[in-house]
Design a protein around this ligand. Structure first.
Ligand SMILES: C[S@@+](CC[C@H](N)C(=O)[O-])C[C@H]1O[C@@H](n2cnc3c(N)ncnc32)[C@H](O)[C@@H]1O
Length: 288
């Protein structure tokens, strides 16, 4: 549901509570619906490689898999290819859910799977059960309350299971990006196009100055989890709500919840001129 004309400026005073509702969110699902047309075998293979960087192949076989914030459904599909026994995929955005359903259905996945419109905050281990692998890549920082969302995702992990999450790394430009995203997410399409064109031009200039090839960068972009540069630019510029984290904060939070780090791919705080990359965390739940 979009903002009504009389509500048009209400996003500027949106309360923290409202930030958890889909109405205050960027239209991620529309971007995923457009991206899904690009999904082909090489992208599925890249997405599969992206999962294998985080979790060993044998850990997928016969395990249950929960994808929180499934987006296009590409990584749920990759998990199916890796032999999981059951998939549940959820996303707060109905457009993401429709796209994920069509991607999974179109793949002919024989593993039992379900895909629902649901917020991470409505997941309940007593109702939905727990999962051997809980995967949430690039999602929990967009929920309106990242730390509560991390706690919710963690509560869905079965004993000795894995929590696999990616979170935006803190940058010095976070306050700027927060305002930019809030404005972009609610701006008319023409303004969004203009902002995107400016961002891409600046990025192009930066690659030129640093002696890299913009063309090669874009052409090889799908080696990043099967993604697409131009869809990711839209996602980055509009991805609101927006929060960030650093690895030591994540360590404190997850250790308190009884998890232990297995693999962490994190970097220190950066300037964040073109954005903030995602740090990836793989934590194991306690046995009991
Ligand atoms: C940047 S996309 C990441 C998609 C996918 N995980 C991937 O790696 O390609 C973030 C997704 O999180 C979803 N999302 C945002 N807030 C959510 C919430 N509270 N509960 C569930 N999904 C949410 C968005 O709708 C969007 O599809």
């Amino acid at each position: 549901m979009g903002l009504q004309p009389r509500d048009r400026w209400e996003f500027l005073v949106v309360s923290e509570q409202n930030l958890k509702s889909v109405e205050s969110h960027f239209a991620f699902g529309k971007n995923w619906a457009s991206y899904a047309a690009l999904i082909d075998e090489p992208r599925i293979e890249e997405a599969t490689r992206g999962l294998l960087k985080l979790v060993h192949a044998e850990e997928f076989k016969g395990r249950s898999f929960l994808d929180i914030g499934c987006g296009s459904g590409l990584h749920a599909l990759a998990a199916y290819r890796l032999g999981v026994s059951r998939i549940m995929a959820v996303d707060i955005d109905p457009d993401s859910v429709a796209t994920s359903r069509s991607v999974l259905a179109g793949s002919g996945a024989r593993t039992p799977w379900r895909c629902e419109s649901m917020s991470v905050f409505d997941l309940d281990p007593a109702r939905h059960g727990t999962f051997d692998i809980v995967y949430s890549w690039g999602v929990l920082h967009h929920t309106g309350n990242m730390w509560e969302a991390i706690g919710k995702a963690a509560s869905m992990v079965a004993p000795n299971g894995l929590l696999v999450i990616a979170l935006y790394r803190r940058t010095r430009m976070d306050p700027f990006w927060k305002v930019e995203k809030r404005l972009y997410a609610h701006a008319p399409r023409a303004i969004q196009s203009l902002v995107r064109a400016t961002y891409v031009a600046a990025f192009r200039l930066a690659t030129l100055v640093t002696g890299r090839s913009f063309r090669n960068y874009v052409a090889n972009y799908n080696s990043s989890r099967g993604m697409d540069f131009y869809h990711d630019v839209h996602d980055w510029l509009g991805g609101y709500p927006y929060e960030t984290a650093l690895a030591p904060e994540v360590e404190i939070k997850l250790t308190k919840l009884g998890f232990e780090a297995e693999r962490v791919f994190a970097r220190p705080m950066s300037r964040g001129i073109f954005g903030s990359g995602c740090d990836e965390y793989v934590y194991r739940a306690a046995t009991v």
